[in-house]
Design a protein around this ligand. Structure first.
Ligand code: ADP
Ligand code: MG
Length: 236
């Protein structure tokens, strides 16, 4: 049975794309047929950090009704499949986010796990991914503004009939001064699925167009992404 996850936040820049770009390859490595899709159709950058640029067909063309989703699927690290989105404003303007649901229906028979990298905010293109997921995963930074915005996204998800799977706390300082897992669970009212530390190698890996789990596999964030992916894949 396919499982569809949407990676969401509320606030921009919390690490949604980074989480998507690392969970996808690791889940594939752990034997799950996985496809990651850039549903941030206005500010797409999943393809950018995975070295997929200047492509003839992306999710933009699919959402515009000009191409089939199977023509927008590209190969990524460890066998993950990627549906990137184009970068042009025109492509965004021609996209119809209402088509996303049908696109997912086309993919369910081919994959075990589908992951949607959602946009920040509460616009229509942001709300649709919340409604079509089996589980919404909130990416939250351990700071009050991110927590408040995530709470808003949690309420929005529940209002539109979506289901919150839990939260990933990203960019946690090694100093131990940040909110801990139990405090975050209490503040957010959701299960904490994993903790990803602040790790400068994440940015270095992106600059090299690679996820950190591929470029720096023993780095602290990579180890955290591997643990989290093993949990999601159901591996002990
Ligand atoms: P979003 O998709 O939520 O807007 P991104 O994944 O693009 O966020 O991340 C925003 C920025 O934060 C990027 O420059 C990324 O490299 C950096 N970043 C994300 N997670 C971490 C982390 N754990 N440690 C250090 N930098 C991070
Ligand atoms: Mg993003």
């Amino acid at each position: 049975m396919v499982k569809v996850y949407t990676i969401a936040s509320g606030k921009g820049g919390t690490g949604k794309t980074t989480v998507t770009a690392n969970l996808g390859p690791m889940l594939a490595q752990y034997g799950k047929k996985t496809c990651i899709l850039d549903a941030d159709v206005g500010m797409a950058n999943l393809g950018l950090i995975l070295g997929l640029e200047n492509l003839p067909v992306t999710l933009h063309e699919v959402l515009a009704g000009k191409a089939r989703v199977r023509d927008a699927i590209y190969d990524g690290p460890f066998g993950v499949k990627i549906v990137p989105c184009g970068l042009s404003l025109q492509g965004f303007q021609q996209s119809n986010p209402d088509r996303l649901k049908d696109i997912m229906t086309d993919l369910v028979s081919e994959f075990d796990i589908l992951i949607l990298d959602a946009p920040a905010g509460i616009s229509r293109d942001g709300v649709i991914p919340l409604t079509i997921a089996d589980g919404v995963i909130l990416v939250v930074n351990p700071e009050i503004s991110s927590i408040v915005d995530s709470l808003k996204t949690k309420i929005l998800t529940e209002t539109v009939g979506g289901h919150i799977e839990g939260a990933i706390i990203n960019r946690v300082a090694a100093t131990g001064n940040d909110f801990n897992s139990a405090q975050m669970e209490k503040l957010l009212g959701v299960r904490v699925l994993g903790i990803i530390p602040e790790d400068p190698n994440i940015r270095r890996a992106s600059a090299g167009r690679s996820p950190i789990v591929v470029k720096y596999p023993t780095s602290s964030a990579s180890r955290a992404f591997k643990r989290l992916s093993a949990d999601i894949a159901g591996i002990e």
